[in-house]
Design a protein around this ligand. Structure first.
Ligand code: HEM
Ligand code: HEM
Length: 213
């Protein structure tokens, strides 16, 4: 079978992907610790401030996470044709058909699905949900961090309600990100093994392999 090497992901998309993935890893680990500081009793009277350190790392990663999401929002509108939201949002007839095809393929009801240079629409839909979850995580996080800022407070109040609700939503969404990362890495490896697209290397070098027609 003949394959052609095609350019799929811009440098900005790849940089955003790894900034997003690495910051989420730091945010989940430090967030887990802020929620349940399990070493507290061991470190009492030692002069260590683990919660303060974890919070500090959490906030630095929080700003990286914000920058990554802003870069992605820019690419949703101004990126190349694979990166724009119109390529993978499940709203056009072509994308809806493609979504149904991928679901059938994953359920082993049909063999194969539409080959795309960009994301398949099922993955794209999961990514759109993840961007929305990320925006809520940022709003609730900054609301907890800067409650005295009138603009942040009014956005936080209208999106999550009182601060305790914001904290609870923020905590629940951490589980969403953990679940997403687990399924996402599994699906990426599965795709890399089953198809010849070279999907994993594409998120490093920007190129995918497509069957020549
Ligand atoms: C994927 C992204 C994120 C995850 C998984 C995450 C996770 C968490 C978790 C689990 C907590 C503990 C909540 C609790 O007490 O039950 C927390 C607290 C917090 N997070 Fe995040 N977070 C994320 C993004 C952010 C962002 C973008 C900011 C903004 C700077 C932020 C700011 C905060 C603040 C201010 C707290 C409260 C700290 C405290 O009470 O001492 N987080 N986060
Ligand atoms: C070893 C770790 C990882 C690998 C190998 C990996 C690989 C990939 C690949 C191959 C794609 C493109 C897939 C496609 O075309 O649908 C992708 C996209 C994506 N990944 Fe990852 N990923 C990793 C970790 C993560 C983590 C931890 C997150 C966040 C929790 C994440 C979030 C995303 C998102 C949101 C996209 C969509 C990119 C876009 O906005 O267009 N990835 N990843």
């Amino acid at each position: 079978m003949q394959y052609e090497r095609k350019y799929a992901w811009s440098v900005l998309l790849r940089l955003y992907h790894w900034a997003f993935a690495l910051s989420i890893t730091v945010l989940v680990v430090t967030g887990f610790y802020i929620h349940f500081p399990w070493t507290n009793t061991w470190l009492e009277n030692t002069g260590e401030f683990p919660v303060a350190m974890m919070r500090y790392l959490h906030f630095i990663a929080g700003f990286v996470f914000l920058a990554a999401l802003l870069a992605r929002l820019y690419l949703l509108i101004f990126g190349n044709s694979q990166e724009r939201i119109s390529d993978f949002a499940p709203v056009t007839p072509r994308n809806l058909k493609s979504l149904a095809g991928t679901i059938k393929n994953y359920l082993y009801v049909s063999k194969g699905h539409e080959e795309r240079l960009g994301h398949n629409v099922l993955a794209g839909t999961a990514y759109i949900i993840t961007f929305i979850a990320a925006a809520v995580q940022i709003i609730s996080g900054f609301y907890m961090l800067y409650p005295e800022n009138v603009l942040i407070q009014s956005i936080g109040l209208s999106v999550t309600g009182p601060q305790q609700h914001a904290r609870f939503i923020h905590y629940l969404l951490m589980w969403y990100f953990m679940l997403f990362a687990l399924i996402h890495v599994y699906m990426s490896v599965w795709n890399d093994i089953v198809t010849g697209e070279g999907i994993i290397s594409s998120i490093f070098n920007g190129h995918k392999f497509m069957r020549s027609r």
